[in-house]
Design a protein around this ligand. Structure first.
Ligand code: COA
Length: 174
C-alpha cells in the first residue's frame, strides 16, 4: 500500500472516502451531506500550507484513497506551535487492519523528525468512540478534559467530547 502526502488533486478521492466513513457511522462529526467540496478543499489547502496531510492509496487502484489523516495550524499567532482540527478516516472496508495506526504513526514521526515548529498536536474524540480514544492514548495522546454535552447524536441525545493532546519531544522552544 502506498502512503504519501496528499495533493489538491486528491480532493475527489478524499471526498469519496469521507462520505463513505460518514455514511457508515459516527466516527467523524459530519453527516454525509456535510462532506462538501468546500470542506475538503479547506482542510487540504490549510494542511498543505501549515500542517500535514497523509493519504493511503487503494492497493489495487491508485486513484482511490482508503485512509487519510490531517491537521493544521489555527492561523492565530499565539497558537502557532499547535496542530489542530486533526481528523483521521479509514474506509470502512479497511478498518481494523492496522491502517489507522500506521498512518497516524507516520504522521507523528513526521512531526517529530521534521517539524520542530510544532509543540503540540490536538484532537477531539466523542466519548463513545472508546476504540479510537484507546488508540490515541497508545500513541502518546493524553486526555485533557471533558467537554460536556458538546454534540447531539442521531437519537437526539447529548454526548461529551474528549479533548486530547500529544507533545512533540523535539519541539524547539524559542
Ligand atoms: C478510528 C480509526 C481511524 C482507526 O483506524 P483502523 O485502521 O480502523 O484501526 P487499526 O486497525 O489501526 O487499529 C488500531 C487500534 O484502534 C482500535 N480501533 C479503533 N477504531 C476501530 C475500528 N473501527 N475498528 C477496529 N479497530 C479500531 C483497535 O482496537 C486497535 O487497537 P490495537 O492496535 O491495540 O489492536 C478508523 O476505524 C476510522 O476511521 N473510524 C471511523 C472514523 C473515526 O472514528 N475517526 C476518528 C474520529 S476521532
Amino acid at each position: 500500500m502506498y502512503i504519501r502526502t496528499a495533493e489538491l488533486t486528491d480532493l475527489a478521492a478524499i471526498k469519496k472516502l469521507y462520505q463513505a466513513v460518514a455514511l457508515a457511522g459516527t466516527g467523524i462529526a459530519r453527516l454525509e451531506h456535510e462532506v462538501t467540496d468546500e470542506y475538503i478543499h479547506n482542510f487540504i489547502t490549510r494542511s498543505l500550507s501549515s500542517g500535514l496531510i497523509i493519504v493511503a492509496e487503494h492497493p489495487e487502484n491508485k486513484n482511490e484513497i482508503v485512509a487519510e489523516i490531517h491537521a493544521y495550524k489555527p492561523g492565530i499567532k499565539v497558537f502557532d506551535h499547535v496542530l489542530s482540527e486533526l481528523t483521521i478516516a479509514v474506509h470502512p472496508d479497511f478498518q481494523g487492519k492496522k491502517l489507522g495506526r500506521t498512518i497516524f504513526t507516520i504522521f507523528l514521526e513526521e512531526v517529530g523528525l521534521h517539524r520542530p515548529d510544532i509543540g503540540k498536536v490536538e484532537l477531539i474524540a466523542r466519548e463513545s468512540n472508546t476504540k479510537a480514544i484507546a488508540l490515541y492514548q497508545s500513541m502518546g495522546f493524553r486526555i485533557e478534559g471533558r467537554l460536556e454535552m458538546r454534540l447531539k447524536t442521531a437519537d437526539g441525545l447529548y454526548e461529551a467530547d474528549i479533548p486530547m493532546g500529544w507533545q512533540n519531544p523535539n519541539f524547539e522552544f524559542d
